[in-house]
Each structure stands twice: as C-alpha cells, then as structure tokens.
Design a protein around this ligand. Structure first.
Ligand code: GDP
Length: 434
C-alpha cells in the first residue's frame, strides 16, 4: 500500500531539487501533482483539496530557512500536513486498571474476528488478562474461529448462544469476570456484508446493555472510499470511539486509510498489517506512516536539519560520512522500531526480503558499543585506528579485535558501495543523500 503515492509525491518534490529559488508557479505545479497523486491514490476529494491548500498557505507564508533548500522546505511542510491528516499524535484506546469492555464492530469480512484475537494477544503480551466474547451470531463460523483462536493464544472465549438476550450475555460476562479475574473484555460482534438496519438495531441494543468503554470500528482499508461510507453509517447508528484499519499490507491504493481519520473525525488506534495473529497488528503512528510515504531516509536528515535550523554544513558530501553519522542514523532509526520492521517499511523492500527475514538486533547493539568506545576523533577518521587503538576499543566495548576490524571494514565497504550507487543514480537519494 502507498507505494505509488509515495513514488509520485517524491517525484513531484524531486523536480525542485537542486534549484536555489522557486517561483510561485513552480510551487503551484508541484502542488497540483501532489493533489493528483492523492486523488489517484483514492484519497477523498475534500481531504486532498484541503491538504494541498494548507501546504500552499504554509509554504508561501513560511520563513525561508537558510539551512533548507526550497525542495526540502516543501517536503517538510508536506510531512507536517500529512501527519496532521493522519491524526497528529498517536493515540491508544483508554485502558483502565479494570472494567474495560471493548465493543468491536464492522462489516463482515472487515477482519473483526481476526482483529479481536490480535488485540487480545497484543494486550496479553503487555500483562493484561483479556476475555474474548464471541457475539458474532451472524457468520456461522465466527464463533468457532474465535474459539480456536483463543485456544491458540491462551485467552478464554465466552460464546454467546443463538438468540441469547443481551442481558443474559451481560450476566454471563460478569460471572466470568468474578470467577476468573479478567481486566479487558473484547466483544466480537456480528457484521453483515452491507449496512443493514436490523443488524444496526441489534448492535445498538447490545451496546446499550453492555455499556462498553470503547467502541472500535474495524475498517477494511482495501475497500476504498466505501470504507468511509460504512464508517459514517456505524458512527451515526452505533457511535464509535476509534478506528482500526485492517489489511494495510494489501496492494490497494491506500487513500481510504489516509482519509479515514479526517472524514470520520475518529482516531486510528491500530493498523492490521498481516493475516497472522502474531505481530499482525501495530499501533498506528501518524508520523511513521508519513515518513514511510515520503521516504524515510530523506526525512530523517531533513527533520533533523529543520529542527536544528542551524547552518552547520547542511548537506554532507558522501565521502565525509563518518562512523559518528552512522551511529546517529542508527539511533534515529532505532527510535522507529526494530531494524527488521524498518527494512519492511522501505517501499518495495518487504517483497525483496526472504520470508521471515530478521536483522540480528544484538549484532546492531554490538556495533553501536564499538563505535561508542571510540574517541570522537577516531569516529571521524577511522584511518588512525592502529592495532593498539583497536585493542582498546574491543576491550571497552566488550567485543573482540576481529569484530572491531569487521565493523571498520564493513563501514569502508559500505561507503564505497554508496559512492558507486550514487554515481549511478546521478544525485543520490537515501540515507546518505548528498
Ligand atoms: P470478520 O468477518 O470481520 O470477522 O472478518 P475476519 O476476521 O474473518 O477476516 C476476514 C479475512 O480478512 C480473513 O481471511 C483474515 O485473515 C483477513 N484479514 C484480517 N485482517 C487482516 C490484515 O490486517 N491483513 C490481511 N492481509 N488480512 C487480514
């Protein structure tokens, strides 16, 4: 998802690169392209229009930062607006010490049952004691599906009988809570293929009786704009406190996912990123998604620069990259998740990596320890690292001289490789952009 959009927005901004000055007409042309890419990605029309308008206003009104090129300045405004469109700060559902009852609603096939299981596992692994309630009496196999899922992840499942009255369900849940202390009840409810008045009535009634602390709407991001109509209908009829977008790993254009927050006004709490229960659900971070869409490598450097807003040698020539830069980059990346996750965020990369590929994080930690044991001078100029210095570094970092040698060799090789890549690409892009 988002790959075409990502490529197009980046191409639009790239056209401005290398220019010292841009006119208002240049800006408008770029914004037109961004608007087209958003619409082609199936972003809601009003959302796309509003987005481009704010970018334009902000860019024209912006103070010119000497440390940023015009292309970089536009990119940073686009980034800010994208984060805003996706909801700004990441939000999580309210979780009290007890008495949490989450009501899961959504169309049939949206991923409600799967997501209920994923949520149970997610919070179980954080030390919570979830109880799953299989109240989907519409889809014949849904209760079986949830029961099997519960057995697999070690979470009890309470099954609602056909025609059971909501009051009975409430009593049964309470009994369960009393006998087997549970602090988070997740109720998987019935869905239909389309919005259906009778179903909405039933759901509204069940919700009224159970009195959930959160009502989470599960939305299939693959269904495009239709997903937004569905969301509005659920909000009007049942009331929704937050969204969970599923199937973000699919190859749909992604516009619905991008517009959902804005159109519904509800926070997106989680994203479903795989069919698997284990690891198939991630908290939704607007800033990370925006970074992924705009190309993370570019942005890391850029945001750092925008923040510092200092002149200090803004763009480093590749040959000047030091081990210190390497550590800074690694730390910034680390803040965004594990290296394996990060590789997966790079558009197209997930398909290139073998299934189950894992970066050895311990290895990364050791590399970091080695670099940290060097003096600043050594980090800037590894050439001075003679045998005795290498020995000292190995001792300081709890590694071996062989490992220190390997790191320095890898670093030099990478520099060489990047230099070649950059020559091939003309003006290079990526982590170490010139
Ligand atoms: P329900 O009818 O809403 O309960 O839907 P299900 O939970 O049965 O899910 C419908 C289908 O979508 C199943 O095949 C799930 O495996 C699949 N699914 C759910 N969430 C995701 C997701 O985040 N990614 C992918 N690829 N598939 C998902």
């Amino acid at each position: 998802m988002f790959e075409t959009l990502s490529q197009r927005i980046r191409a639009a901004v790239d056209k401005l690169r290398g220019r010292g000055r841009i006119t208002e007409a240049d800006l408008k042309a770029t914004l037109r392209e961004i608007r087209m890419s958003l619409l082609e990605a199936d972003v809601n029309f009003e959302v796309a229009k509003g987005f481009v308008q704010s970018v334009q206003e902000k860019t024209l009104g912006a103070q010119v930062l000497e440390s940023l090129t015009p292309a970089e300045q536009i990119l940073s405004v686009v980034y800010e607006e994208l984060v805003k469109m996706l909801g700004g700060e990441a939000k999580q559902p309210v979780l009290k010490s007890e008495g949490n009852l989450w009501f899961m609603v959504g169309l049939q096939g949206s991923g409600k049952t799967t997501t209920s299981g994923k949520l149970a596992l997610f919070y179980k692994s954080k030390g919570r004691r979830p109880l799953l309630v299989a109240a989907d009496t519409q889809r014949p196999a849904a209760r079986d599906q949830l029961r099997i899922l519960g057995e697999r992840i070690g979470v009890p499942v309470l099954e609602v009988a056909d025609g059971e009255r909501p009051e009975t369900t409430r009593t049964r849940i309470q009994q369960h809570l009393t006998f087997d202390y549970r602090d988070l009840v997740i109720v998987d409810t019935a869905g239909r293929l389309q919005i259906d008045e009778a179903l909405m009535g039933e759901l509204a009634k069940l919700k009224g009786v159970l009195g959930p602390s959160e009502t989470l709407l599960v939305v299939d991001a693959m269904t495009g704009q239709e997903a937004l109509n569905v969301s509005k209908a659920f909000e009007e009829r049942i009331g929704v406190s937050g969204l969970i977008l599923t199937k973000l790993d699919g190859d749909a254009r992604g516009g619905a996912a991008l517009s959902a927050r804005h159109v519904t006004g509800k926070p997106i709490y989680f994203a479903g990123v795989s069919e698997k229960i284990e690891g198939g659900l991630e908290p939704f971070y607007p800033d990370r998604l925006a970074q992924r869409i705009l190309g993370m490598g570019d942005l890391q450097t850029l945001l750092e620069k925008a923040k510092a807003a200092e002149l200090e040698a803004p763009d480093k020539a590749l040959k000047d990259i030091t081990l210190e830069d390497l550590i800074t980059q690694m730390r910034q990346l680390r803040k965004m998740g594990s290296f394996t996750d990060i590789l997966g965020m790079i558009p197209g990369m997930s398909r290139m990596l073998p299934a189950g590929f894992q970066v050895d994080e311990r290895q990364v930690n050791r590399m970091e320890a080695i670099v940290l044991s060097m003096t600043p001078k050594e980090r800037r100029d590894p050439k001075i690292l003679n045998a005795s210095r290498r020995k000292r570094i190995a001792a300081g970092s709890g590694t071996t001289v062989q490992e220190v040698n390997r790191l320095i060799k890898t670093f030099e090789d990478t520099k060489g490789m990047m230099r070649t890549m950059q020559k091939q690409q003309g003006r290079g892009r990526g982590l170490f952009r010139r």
